[in-house]
Design a protein around this ligand. Structure first.
Ligand SMILES: *[C@@H]1O[C@H](CO)[C@@H](O)[C@H](O)[C@H]1NC(C)=O
Ligand SMILES: *[C@@H]1O[C@H](CO)[C@@H](O)[C@H](O)[C@H]1NC(C)=O
Length: 390
């Protein structure tokens, strides 16, 4: 009591000394600026991208081109929510390879697919929790028109369902199977295709393969009752037509982290939560709660837009702001609207913690591009304006 009174008096003195009472009108955004090249921000971006890639079943692993924007929202305790906008590029690894994006190769400009992801990322320092709350990404190929400007002879994309594409895939896989010692593979689907005039019409394809039910020696007695086997690898093939001759090539890369065979001694272990993410990259694993089963439900989507050249009719507005000779870079709209309430909404994240008590975070509407942090965007791996979302 003896201590309290002076404190109260002191508070009163400060209060009466202030020139004007705090006003509701001045309500600064609780979203703090952060640097897009800060090392912790980059590691959060890396973590988010790993989560996004791990969530996906289709497409190629996304790599970080640059952090476009970041905002920090401090929460109760040593915790914060980050609003991340990431400019991304497709790599040459299929997502089913489960390779970390840093181990994947880039693409040549004429093959590039670029885009942007927005993500909400939660970090709790003392509980050692790093968690992607939600994300959404939009991707689009580099426009054919802009590739043509710099590389008129580059291969151009072609519809995956074109019969010539299927023919190139089938013939290159047949070559692989002929040269394979015993195991045989069958085509799952074509994932990428392009065409070019070399010495005749040429087709370049990438496709997923799975194990065929029979080996080479069984081929004659094989009944084609293929179980629903998973894709085991990604092949690159080509079929180059020359006068009087056809050249076929193939190389296949097999995915390393395959789930154990059903029926093997490990299968009992797999009876657990069905959607638990596969355990790899163990050195990057964070505290156990991060991988609670509830985190494995997809928390976002990756959306593909067509080449901007195919988006007809072009709006008058886009023609007006885009001079004829400029590089056409398609807009990349990404929406991540967990709330529209300017005061924010709370999100239950109790599942991230061990204890029984209810834990929440306050989530605000995603900040707009106009409110970008001062030290943003960060440096890009690929500075080419053709792959940087406007
Ligand atoms: C993510 O994007 C999709 C497609 O644009 C949209 O329908 C969905 O509402 C978005 N998710 C969030 C949380 O905003
Ligand atoms: C980004 O950070 C790295 C390492 O801290 C530094 O070497 C580099 O110069 C920074 N780049 C920019 C553009 O600030």
């Amino acid at each position: 009591m003896g201590l309290l009174l002076p404190l109260v008096l002191c508070a009163l003195a400060v209060g009466s000394g202030a020139t004007s009472p705090p006003q509701q009108v001045f309500n600064p955004s609780p979203l703090l600026s952060r640097g897009c090249n800060d090392s912790d921000v980059l590691s959060f971006a890396n973590f988010v991208l790993r989560d996004i890639n791990r969530d996906r079943k289709d497409g190629y692993v996304l790599s970080l081109n640059r952090v476009s924007d970041v905002r920090e929202h401090r929460q109760d305790g040593p915790a914060a929510v980050y609003y991340l906008t990431l400019d991304v590029l497709e790599t040459d690894c299929h997502v089913l390879s489960r390779k970390p994006w840093k181990n994947c190769g880039g693409r040549a400009l004429h093959e590039l697919v670029y885009g942007q992801c927005k993500a909400l990322f939660y970090m709790h320092k003392t509980a050692r929790i790093l968690h992607t709350l939600s994300y959404n990404c939009t991707l689009r190929p580099v426009s054919r028109r802009s590739i043509h400007q710099i590389c008129p002879d580059c291969p151009s994309p072609i519809d995956l369902s074109d019969s010539k594409v299927l023919e190139a895939a089938t013939e290159s896989l047949a070559k692989y199977n002929r040269e394979s010692a015993s195991k045989q593979y069958s085509l799952v689907k074509v994932t990428r295709a392009s065409t070019q005039w070399v010495v005749g019409p040429s087709y370049f394809v990438e496709y997923l393969i799975k194990e065929a039910p029979c080996t080479k020696s069984q081929a004659s007695s094989c009944t084609h009752q293929s179980p629903d086997s998973e894709p085991v690898g990604l092949c690159q093939g080509s079929r180059i037509q020359a006068p009087g001759e056809t050249f076929v090539s193939v190389t296949c890369k097999f995915f390393e982290s395959q789930a154990p065979d059903p029926g093997s001694e490990n299968s009992a272990v797999n009876q657990g939560p069905a959607h638990l993410p596969k355990v790899e990259e163990s050195q990057q694993k964070q505290a156990a709660p991060t991988d609670a089963p509830a985190t494995a439900v997809p928390k976002g989507t990756v959306q593909y837009l067509p080449d901007i050249d195919d988006e007809k009719p072009r709006s008058v507005a886009s023609l007006l702001i885009e001079p004829m000779e400029s590089v056409p870079v398609g807009a990349i709209p990404v929406h991540l609207d967990l709330t529209r309430n300017p005061q924010g909404d709370t999100l239950d994240i109790s599942f991230l913690f061990m204890g029984p008590e209810r834990k929440t975070v306050l989530v605000l509407p995603f900040p707009s591009k106009e409110q970008r942090s001062a030290e943003c965007p960060g440096p890009a791996q690929q500075e080419n304006p053709r792959v940087l979302p406007p």
